[in-house]
Design a protein around this ligand. Structure first.
Ligand code: SF4
Length: 91
């Protein structure tokens, strides 16, 4: 089973309040956009105008984007509120 197939087995109890929020004005000027390539769930996408699109709902809460992003304030990162977020399944 591939990593993508394992990730697809996870379920999510989505917090209605986004636990990760991007500052688009910072992302637009970012030259590397490391989040686009580093997120294992592929939740970031570079848009035609140079900004970054993002969907927090299938976040694995791994913290990779927070660790790798070098632009202060570009990401506001918190865990989902209690009991919400990813439910890992390795079956
Ligand atoms: Fe992607 Fe991990 Fe960041 Fe969630 S915490 S958006 S899965 S890199």
């Amino acid at each position: 089973e591939s990593i993508d197939e394992r990730i697809a087995n996870n379920t999510f109890f989505v917090d209605s309040k986004a636990h990760i929020v991007l500052d688009g004005s910072i992302c637009k000027d970012c030259s590397d956009k490391v989040c686009v390539t580093a997120c294992p769930a592929q939740l970031f996408v570079e848009l035609y105008d140079g900004t970054v699109g993002f969907n927090y709902e299938h976040c694995l809460e791994c913290g990779t984007c927070l660790i790798l992003c070098s632009h202060d304030g570009a990401l506001k990162w918190n865990y989902p509120r209690s009991g919400q977020g990813v439910n890992f399944s390795y079956g």
